[in-house]
Write a protein that binds this ligand. Sequence first.
Ligand SMILES: [Zn+2]
Length: 295
Amino acid sequence: MKHPGEIVIRHLQSTFTPTEYLSLIQQPQYQRAGQFTPHTTGKEYWARLPLYLVARCPLCNAAYVERLDTHSLLGWHPHPDRWDFIYTSKRRKSDDAEKQKRLNQVVEMSPPDKSSILENISQRIDCPHFVAVQHFINLHGILPKEMRYFSNQSEVPFVMPVFLPDDVESYAVMHSLPICRIEKKRFKPCYSLYLITYYSSAPHAMWERRRSEFTGEDALHFPKLYTWRTVELNKISEAWDLSLWTKKGKLLWLDLGQDDLPLKGKPPEEFPYANIEGIQKSYTFRQGKLKIDPY
Ligand SMILES: [Zn+2]
């Protein structure tokens, strides 16, 4: 799969005009990439973002919806729980004292509880089976020259097998959306966002398992990085093999061919994300150059 195709683009929503959006992002508080949090931009901007269906729960069919800025990479906020890369139950304050206190604490990991969901204006899960969601951005080889700085994890999506065990009913649901950039005063879809959402009949047990494998150096240096880093990931090559998980019945997807995006898991040959190409490491784009991290 290369650039976002027509089948994906039909689900794209624009809730700003390009002129409005450009004048918004020229304001100082929007100039630092990755700072488009509700905290820095205020509720008004978030309330205006399009609401997207991200997944449907395979256990109870609840819709998981999220406000996402697909108008640009600048607005796209890839770390919804600040820098955690994956949702957790704790909606944290940003002051330094609080930050330091957190760093000194034993990391607590668990799926989101009801109160955290209510506090989060950008996310609605409506289901007790939700475990976590991962985001992947794929630039399809295009340099994001509209950005002064951009950092990214793997462009190629992978699953976290720890969340998909055989002994507990558990699933992942995959979906994708295009992300635009503004060219000639138009939103042009050119990047892809891939989302993998995990569900389980025992979400707390899933997090307990993740916590028990998250030890050693990683836990020390990346106390909040609950999702896998590629160095950890490469030990289990089947994590990259999305088709394998589809054949096992563990990885489902939303049917892009239908307006209401129903859940689909069969036949596995119709899985639309089997051959995603891209960089399988984290990298940064700075001063016009892409630098791939050694890990
Ligand atoms: Zn559910």
